[in-house]
Design a protein around this ligand. Structure first.
Ligand code: F0G
Length: 458
């Protein structure tokens, strides 16, 4: 089209009302939720940017697919449909359905992990890290150095540091490496893409040392968009062809279909190696379900099969990436410190830069998450020391490398005026940013504490 406005390439057929709240109401809701927006009820939230996971709006086609979902225990038609779409996309021989990404992670990392094992990733997502550490193994993040400097521009800030990869494999010894995981796009590192060149380099090192290489591919369509537009040799390939090439480099993949599968629930584990897949199938049957449904309803499998095709439509991907960038670029122009360039599924605010008066021990990201909710009913998530901080033996906080707050954009859900509203809320955030104080944790759990922690304002 010869117009500069890129509009949502869909019409709205079914709507879900938003409850409008006042600041006084939100004050009391947040206090009752111990200043942790995970503990709010969804109808207390006006614009929910907590996650892009499982929050997509399904298409009319997917809803139609739900009606023909085959709920047979074994050999369901819907499984055959899902299986054939994933086989065609990934090329892997063995595909196991799971109810979501972390179920696939748990199965795979339980079998590859354990005491003395090391996993290496551009950045492990929180559930990935937790599933690995739960087995007794260690998880090491090696993003490229640019990745931890929010203001630095790099076309593929999600890349893995190849030199460090080789060093760690040598130091720990190849037989002790559980696997190398490339997360595309790199969610915890700002939704930043990984280049095909980097994936090829990871593959050649893993081949050299005979180490497993898996993709965490839940946003691979968005990653393919960036490759097509930023990596010259790929400009004439389709998004799907780019994804297929990336799959061909790895030994398998875990996917949470709740992201680029455009569904509310589902995932899969895909593996090339037969022996490993047999072991995974056993664990799948014990803990998730039989190999032709793995914890999913037939209707969910039908919706995944359709969603995994819709996600590669060029008009959709253009709208997706451009609309996320629209929010980020407007906030950047206003002077909100951000992770640049803008990633695929979310905008990440650098809360340490926004609130320099708050030390990391007082969680500037959590303070921003609370301000966003109080001022505008916008729910976001802290991706900093609340999510990834650890304690030293002396009980001192070892902070995360960045104090980000993620505004994740659900797929096909919000219109441009919702986003204009979020931008306006940030005007208010900037107005009194110097007055904001930090937070203290009053209750926490050992794993994934950000979901349930309680806070108090200082
Ligand atoms: N890997 C990545 C990169 C993820 O972003 C997620 C989930 C998972 C694995 C786990 O998948 O939720 O289906 O079990 N990310 C969500 C988020 C929760 O908000 O980013 P799951």
């Amino acid at each position: 089209m010869n117009y500069k406005t890129i509009f949502e390439p869909f019409r709205i057929k079914s709507i879900e009302p938003i409850t409008i709240t006042t600041e006084d109401q939100r004050n009391s809701y947040l206090e009752k939720a111990y200043y942790n927006p995970f503990l709010l009820d969804s109808d207390q939230v006006m614009i929910d940017l907590l996650t892009d996971s499982g929050t997509s709006a399904m298409s009319a086609n997917q809803w139609a697919g739900m009606m023909i979902g085959d709920e047979s225990y074994a050999g369901a038609k819907s499984w055959n449909h899902m299986h054939s779409v994933i086989k065609d996309l990934t090329g892997y021989h063995h595909i196991l359905p799971t109810h979501q990404g972390r179920a696939a992670e748990r199965i795979l990392y339980t079998l590859l992990g354990g005491n003395g094992k090391t996993f290496i990733s551009n950045t492990h997502f929180d559930t990935t890290r937790a599933n690995i550490e739960y087995t007794g193994a260690e998880a090491i993040d090696i993003p490229i150095p640019e990745a931890t400097h929010p203001q630095e521009i790099h076309p593929f800030k999600g890349n893995m540091d190849i030199e460090k990869l080789e060093e760690i494999i040598k130091e720990k010894k190849p037989e002790n490496i559980g696997c190398v995981i490339l997360t595309v796009t790199n969610n915890s590192g700002g939704g930043q893409p990984v280049s095909m060149k980097n994936a090829k380099d990871v593959r050649s090192i893993c081949k050299k040392y005979n180490v497993n290489f898996f993709l965490d591919c839940c946003r691979i369509a968005e990653n393919s968009y960036f490759i097509k537009h930023r990596e010259k040799e790929y400009e004439s390939k389709t998004y799907k062809e780019i994804a297929q090439e990336m799959f061909s480099l790895a030994d398998g993949a875990v996917m949470s279909a709740k992201k680029d599968g455009l569904v509310n629930m589902g995932g899969f584990l895909a593996i090339e190696d037969e022996k490993l897949s047999e072991k995974c199938s056993n664990l799948l049957i014990i803990t998730e379900g039989f190999t032709t449904y793995g914890g999913l309803s037939g209707r969910d499998m039908e919706a995944i099969a359709i969603g995994l095709k819709e996600i590669f439509e060029p008009d959709y991907l253009l709208y997706r990436i451009v609309s996320t960038a629209y929010l980020g670029e407007n906030l950047h122009k206003m002077g909100v410190p951000l992770m640049l360039p803008i990633g695929g599924h979310a905008v990440y605010i650098d809360s340490k830069e926004l609130y320099p008066q708050i030390p990391v021990e007082q969680y500037p990201g959590q303070a921003l998450v609370c301000e966003l909710y109080l001022k505008g009913g916008v729910r976001a998530v802290e991706i900093g020391s609340v999510m990834f901080g650890k304690y030293s033996e002396k009980n001192k906080l070892i902070p995360a490398s960045m104090e980000l707050v993620r505004l994740a954009i659900p797929r096909r859900v919000y219109t441009q005026s919702h986003i204009e509203y979020v931008i306006e809320v940030f005007e208010k955030i900037l107005e009194d940013k110097d007055k904001v104080r930090g937070m203290e944790i009053t209750f926490e759990t050992l794993f994934l504490r950000h979901f349930t922690a309680h806070f108090k304002r200082l």
